[in-house]
Write a protein that binds this ligand. Structure first.
Ligand code: ZN
Length: 230
């Protein structure tokens, strides 16, 4: 190999190396930019309840909004808190009437009828309607496709979750570490919590940690494409 050829090879390699460095630096910049687009939706099932006011107070204190999937009869008992969350811009959706798999799927129309009932109750309380729903125990595996299609035809937006905190069997620390574990490398997360004392106690911590990790916490609204198991 002549000295000239060696030189050309050396210069080409240096050029290529520089190019790779520039491209990877640009890639990192883009990834960093994406961090600002990380979104967390914090959702609360099975309420409203005696805990809802405290949950809203904690959300308020942190200047964020959550989303509540509510059971029909609980809305009737806690009308004022339903009015409050709705007027203050939290996401409001429905979680059925019976919260019982056998009743929910008793026949082909029982599930959709439960959610129509929720919508009527919500309208009587707030004068508004909602298309947001969360099926008890998730839309899969229990819900038949024919029934799921009825919800879509009706205009309901079926939201499942991407992170189950397993709050019914976890300590406060476990709930927080479950969220962090399942959120890794995910830019859009839907967190499932339930209305209970433990949620009240660890919510502030959850919000702080999500913010530290770069998540913007937003309510679920009807213009979003629902995240579900289908
Ligand atoms: Zn539930």
């Amino acid at each position: 190999m002549t000295k000239k050829v060696k030189n050309i090879i050396l210069k080409s390699s240096i050029f290529l190396m520089s190019l790779i460095l520039i491209v990877s630096a640009f890639d990192k910049m883009t990834a960093y930019g994406d961090q600002n687009e990380k979104v967390a939706y914090i959702t609360f099932d099975d309420g409203p309840s005696k805990y809802t006011s405290q949950i809203i107070d904690t959300l308020d204190k942190n200047n964020v909004k959550g989303t509540f999937f509510m059971v029909n009869d609980n809305m009737i008992v806690f009308k004022d808190v339903v009015k409050r969350m709705n007027s203050e811009g939290h996401g409001t959706g429905f979680h059925g009437v019976t919260h019982d798999i056998k009743e929910l799927y008793k026949n082909e129309y029982s599930a959709i009828e439960e959610f129509r009932t929720c919508n009527r109750t919500f309208y009587n309380i707030t004068g508004e309607t909602s298309r947001l729903v969360r099926i008890p125990f998730g839309s899969k595996p229990y819900m038949l496709e024919s029934i799921y299609k009825k919800f879509i035809d009706e205009g309901f937006l079926v939201w499942d979750w991407t992170i189950d905190t397993e709050d019914w069997k976890s300590s406060e620390d476990q709930i927080v570490s479950n969220i962090l574990y399942y959120a890794r490398e995910k830019d859009e997360i839907v967190i499932l919590l339930h209305e209970n004392q433990r949620t009240v106690d660890c919510l502030d911590n959850i919000i702080t940690i999500l913010k530290e990790r770069g998540y913007e916490i937003k309510p679920i609204t009807e213009d979003l494409k629902p995240k579900n198991f289908w």
